[in-house]
Each structure stands twice: as structure tokens, then as C-alpha cells.
Design a protein around this ligand. Structure first.
Ligand SMILES: C[S@@+](CC[C@H](N)C(=O)[O-])C[C@H]1O[C@@H](n2cnc3c(N)ncnc32)[C@H](O)[C@@H]1O
Length: 269
């Protein structure tokens, strides 16, 4: 509790980042990882492996972008910093642990950016007004970018916007918020599809809750019913083994790796 309070006070955040819940969420991910370290180990190791294997096939080794770098649990930081001339970590909020680790590398830069471009306008949004349209991320079109990782982020793009809209919009809130979250999810996939660099998308796309005897209690899309791109690889992430999120039910996610999602050649070769 004390550690989390200190992190909350010392982590740089915009007002929108604090009010929409990005600061709380960043601190919660770190705390959840400390509680679920063993259950997450395989998912984190496979994520790092998938990134390194995709990086080997990048057309060049000038700049790499990691989108959704967050606490850097699933990012092979040392290896990417060694392989690329410049490594840019992009997130709406960089936790203190990530800031400290990045300091060790002279070619690693932290960029605080909202991938959807919608968070600041959403912070100012009032019910009755149209919801802000998602924007493209200009960094993705930079000429020197050879490799882009979208890192366990896709399912998260809509989560806090949904909560924000639902709290404010009254009865139409839930349906409107879910449709908006799907728009943000599709917009990120479209942004990746337009990017010239080699792209590695790692994302959970499905979630389910399991009884102690193995029966599935509930299953749903974790990306707001947006169809996921074809997977080059996939695995199951025990994200919240009981009693982490529920005294009885354990939560699992299906995670996919998609190479150059949305581009014409899906072979990944
Ligand atoms: C599940 S975490 C990613 C895991 C992280 N790569 C790690 O090492 O554990 C999702 C990340 O996406 C970021 N995020 C969510 N929405 C975002 C947005 N609109 N723009 C930029 N980052 C966003 C969060 O701040 C968080 O760090």
C-alpha cells in the first residue's frame, strides 16, 4: 500500500491521465504482477520471444517503437536497445520503474503519447456532444521507423474510456461506450496496417472465467467483438488465477501474435 501511494505521488501524469484512471491502472498492473508473478511468467517470456523473433525480420535496424511499453514486464529492453540504433517506448503513462530502467540506455527514449489521440478531448467531453474521433499516431509514419511492436495493449485501449463514458452518459452509456471502444480498437489496427515498418502485434483477444473444476463460466471477446487478425502464434495467459479477481473463478486470456496485421501479405515471412 505504501509503495503504491509513493508511486502515485511521484509518477508524472497529465490531469487527463490521472482523472481517466491511467495512473491508477499503471500502479495496479505492477501490484498485480507482484501477486501473480508465477502465473504470468510464461506469457511474459513468450511475449519477449515473439518480439525478438519478429525484430530479426525487420527491414532495417534504425528505429524501433514499442507501443504500450508500460511497466516493461514483457519488453526485451536490453536486446532491443542493442539491436536498434534508437528505441522509442510509447505509452500514455510511463511508470517510475520503466523510467528508471530506460535511463540505463543512451539510445532509449520515452515518449508519453496517447495512441488514440482521443483521451484529452474525451476528458473535456460532455454528454450530448459527439464523442471524439480517434486520431492516427504520427510517429508510426516516420521514415526511419523499421520495427513497431504493439505490446499487450489492444484490449486496453477501450477499457478506461468505457468507464469514463459510462459514468457520465446515463442510460445510453453502456452501449455507446462499447461501440466507442470498438472504434478505438479498429482505429489502432488501421494505424498499424498503414505503417510501412515491420509490425508485431501481441494482444489478448478473448477472455474467459473458469470454475475450480475447469468448467467455463463465461467467455467473451476482449476486443469488443472486433475480429482479430490472423495469428502466427497464440497461447493462454492465466491473467487472474482465483482468488485474484474473484474468490472462485480464474480469468484467462487468449493471446495472439500477428505479424504485419492488416497488410496484404499475411505470411509473416
Ligand atoms: C497491459 S499494459 C501493457 C503491458 C506492458 N507492455 C508490460 O510490460 O507489462 C497496457 C498499456 O497500455 C497503455 N495504454 C492504454 N491505453 C493507451 C493509449 N490510449 N495510449 C497509449 N498507451 C495506452 C497503458 O498505459 C498500459 O501501460
Amino acid at each position: 500500500m505504501i509503495r503504491e501511494a509513493v508511486e502515485w505521488l511521484l509518477t508524472p501524469s497529465t490531469r487527463a491521465g490521472r482523472n481517466l484512471g491511467y495512473l491508477n491502472e499503471a500502479i495496479a498492473i505492477g501490484a498485480r504482477h507482484r501477486r501473480c508473478r508465477a502465473a504470468w511468467a510464461e506469457h511474459l517470456a513468450r511475449s519477449r520471444q515473439a518480439i525478438l523473433s519478429a525484430a530479426r525480420k525487420a527491414p532495417g535496424h534504425r528505429t524501433a517503437l514499442v507501443l504500450g511499453s508500460g511497466p516493461l514486464l514483457d519488453v526485451p529492453l536490453a536486446e532491443l536497445a542493442a539491436q536498434f540504433r534508437s528505441l522509442i517506448l510509447v505509452d500514455a503513462l510511463h511508470p517510475l520503474t520503466a523510467r528508471l530502467r530506460a535511463l540505463r540506455y543512451s539510445n532509449v527514449e520515452l515518449v508519453t503519447a496517447d495512441l488514440t489521440g482521443a483521451l484529452e478531448p474525451l476528458h473535456r467531453w460532455r454528454p450530448g456532444e459527439p464523442l471524439p474521433a480517434p486520431q492516427t499516431l504520427p510517429l508510426l509514419q516516420r521514415d526511419d521507423v523499421d520495427f513497431v511492436v504493439s505490446q499487450n495493449l489492444l484490449s486496453q485501449l477501450g477499457v478506461l474510456p468505457v468507464e469514463w463514458i459510462e459514468k457520465r452518459a446515463g442510460p445510453p452509456g453502456p452501449a455507446m461506450a462499447e461501440a466507442y471502444a470498438a472504434d478505438l480498437t479498429r482505429a489502432h489496427l488501421a494505424d498499424l496496417a498503414r505503417c510501412r515498418a515491420r509490425v508485431c502485434l501481441i494482444a489478448d483477444v478473448e477472455c474467459w472465467w473458469q470454475e475450480p473444476d475447469g468448467r467455463i463460466a463465461e467467455r467473451s471477446s476482449s476486443i469488443y467483438e472486433v475480429p482479430p487478425p490472423p495469428a502466427a502464434e497464440e497461447w493462454i495467459w492465466a491473467i487472474a488465477p482465483a482468488p485474484e479477481g474473484d474468490p472462485r473463478l480464474s480469468e484467462y486470456r487468449r493471446v495472439i501474435v500477428a505479424l504485419d496485421p492488416g497488410k496484404t501479405d499475411q505470411s509473416g515471412g
